[in-house]
Design a protein around this ligand. Sequence first.
Ligand code: HC3
Length: 398
Amino acid sequence: MSSNEGAAISAQNRGSWSAFLKSIASFSGDLSSLTAPPFILSSTSLTEFSSYWAEHPSLFVAPAKEKDPEKRALLVLKWFLSTLKQQYASRSEQFGNEKKPLNPFLGELFLGKWVDSAGTTELISEQVSHHPPATAYHISNEQHGVYLEGYNAQKASFSRTIHVKQIGHAVFRIPAYDETYLITLPNLHIEGLIFGSPFVELNDKTYITSSSGFTAKIDYSGKGWLSGKKNSFVATMYPTGKEKDTLYTVTGQWTKTFEIREGSSKHGALVDQYDAETTPTTPLIVAPIEEQDPLESRRAWSKVAEGIARGDMDYTSAEKTKIEVAQRELRQQEKAEGRVWERRYFTCVDSDPVLNQLAPAIQLNPEPDKTGGIWRFDNKKAEAVKAKKKVAPVEELK
Ligand code: HC3
């Protein structure tokens, strides 16, 4: 045992943490079945994680303002890199404190918007599959004509620590330029587990490939690997299919700073830079709990969240069980009536033109069996929800 081991865990929790570490040694598969000790339970559901994609709305919409396709592709890469700190480190900034999120139930929603100098950016996140668990999202800024949609699931395995493979992808669209970007998701592992201070490190590589003919490859590494610094990466952008013709190289740490340079060398002319520590995020606006739909995450989990905040595990598990039992009953009822749960905003498709066109360039295999299908935002469904919301007050008057 190193001198640091167990330093982050109070004496009271040390026993349950050791038992947890022993239990995960044989763990593999669905993360929702991972039983973590009470003090490492988060009251945030995974449906909320979709909001990490646009906490910097001005970076999200920036590509739409750029007329040159090559520079636009670079701005998409910059925005993507800026989301990494939010996605993977914002919950455990100072020291490792990555907790186990709540497992969303089928149909769970997380809705919100960001309002700032970029206008209004809207978020819709929905749990579209429970077995296997998969979350889909749609983020839109109508003023700038920028749209992001995607879905993801995770597959875990254990080898010295927890390794998580992300299955799914995101699609970034700027219709004004008839441009689409297909984005893959990084695999990750948990560090600091043995010390009781878990945090995420990214590994392997991901891609962004565009219909305009550019591809970015991002290579992730951590402490003791290529650069020796945690949360490191090297990204290169090149014309699709010509990996050696590097147009730009981006290097740095996704939690700190990175530099964008021309060409293949880390010493090429500086084009742009980014500081993840000083760039402010815009807070997401979520409706007050009492105004939320019963399927909305914070409303549905409010009692569980109260229990977790009070450290009252009996109450927490009783409230969790109520949700699980209600869900099981719903599924039985649907089965008896020969129905399936109607997703509110998304539809499962057999094949998708974006994947057909762009996936081969980056060898993306969608693996629909691991995400409950290929999920796409359904504008008709969304319009129907909006229309219903508008007529509701009139109906109430009758
Ligand atoms: C692995 C993870 C759950 C999944 C989280 C995902 C991949 C979800 C989609 C988001 O867009 C990005 C993202 C960020 C963080 C990922 C989580 C980190 C830890 C969590 C595990 C289930 C928790 C493991 C428990 C413990 C105690 C070791 O931290």
